[in-house]
Design a protein around this ligand. Sequence first.
Ligand code: NOJ
Length: 561
Amino acid sequence: MHTSLSQHHSNAPHGWPEGALVYQVYPRSFQDTNGDGVGDLPGITQRLPHIRSLGANTIWISPFYPSPMADFGYDVADYCDVDPRLGTLDDFKELMKEAEANKLRVFTDLVPNHTSDEHAWFKQSCASRDNPYSDWYVWCDAVGNDSSGNPLPPNNWRDALSGDSAWEWSPQREQFYLHSFNVHQPDLNWSNPQVREAIKDVMRFWLTLGVDGFRVDAVYWMAKHPLLHDDSINQEYVEGEDLKYEALAHDNSRGWPAVYAYLTEMADVLKEPQFQDKPRFMVTEAYPDRHNALPAYMNFYASVDPAVAAPFNFEGLTLAWHAAEWRKFLKSFHSALEQFSARCIASYAFGNHDQPRIASRLGEPAARSAAILLLTLPGMVFLYYGDEIGMKDVPIPTEFIQDPAANGDPKHHLGRDPERTPMQWSAERNAGFSDAKQPWLPIADDYQTHNVDAESQDGRSILSLYRLLGNKRASEASLLHGDLHVLDIENDEVLGYTRTSDGTASDFAVFINFSAEVAVFEPTVQLGKLVVSSDPQSELTAVLPDVITLRPHEAVLCYLA
Ligand code: NOJ
């Protein structure tokens, strides 16, 4: 029996964002073509056929702009150029051309909340309190001096990477500037209309070069308490255990309602007449409150035109790997979207360059069933480079740690380097990533077996599973834009749902065993043939029985009869 849950827009597809498979490239780690140990734009161009082989229709490239690399590109020194270590603007244009030839759309990464302290705007802003850029950043007088005579910052806000004060004293201006991230990433002042116009011009620059849209960085921080009130204390914080940043609740340093007005201005750029030659779209990065995610997602859809924008859905990163949690979430989220507007597009990411890798979080068998879940969910789904070959977090020896966030993690001192290691292409030296003596981050120990070449030869590999699923998603109407119905399966460990559309298209069912035990259940719907199991040892054959037995962590995709 179906629950009364569906998305009624199978007859009104939104175009490419609906059903999209977006492949995230972290450019420093994808493919190095000039032997400096750092990946580059020509490397991405060279590897587009791999991305295409997954059935992806879009790529998102993390920042490649000129940057001192204090936060590996998220500290942008010039929004409209390419860092020389990663290539040139001509290389970008070539990448765009080849992407089109491979039928791939391109999202670039837009970082509106902050620049690098090397950006010309900031250098100007620092110079005096009365120049054309003086109000482009968040400046504040000291509120007094400590016992040693050092200036005191206006509030308790913390830098999200180090967990130390988010305020830095500028001896030049004799004022503090705010940096919600690294000390080299000063926050832009979004209440200044000139700043907003400047960022919208950056968007126009890339849209004119043909990009299909943006992944927008750290949007909650764009709007903070106008009177700079202290953040509340996080009562659940465990000192020495949690990230230092988690000591506060961040209720005033980010997430003020003006954020939606700012994002609406940005969304309006995507709708300008000169960019209507093709549909443009943006996906925004904002991690909702873990205990209360739904209202945050819905607030976004209600506030920014869903025809051109969607918030990332991060449940694949934060929700416990339990069938009951997923049932509850999928039911409530998709029925809320349906009730609100058929125009809303879900936008699921199960991994990214800031989070431990999925194969390390869940283990190999569950990472394979997560592939079935991700690639059969409605809306846009994001695949982080390397997850398709089951890459794991790589332990980084202390002397190789690069990420400034490692300092904010008192327990593990790891930061985000483990999930950013070079892509494993082959069993050759440096996994085929680079000819350099030493790539910028170490290569995983398992690269001789876990690499694209080896896994391409093995029909049972996770790569073969991803390729099958991605291509199925790309070619089946019901997976691209069909309804989602969560099934009432009488087994607490199993999530089951269908993807169906009107008309003659094939419909599908998915069943996932979230437990490490065998699971037996009745599917509650008439099944046709098995498409694929996540488990190479699966005992299921093409013709499925009336009572299904799934192996530990096994997931299946099958046709509906
Ligand atoms: C989110 C990005 O994904 C992360 O890598 C970066 O450090 C911060 N925003 C600051 O830009």
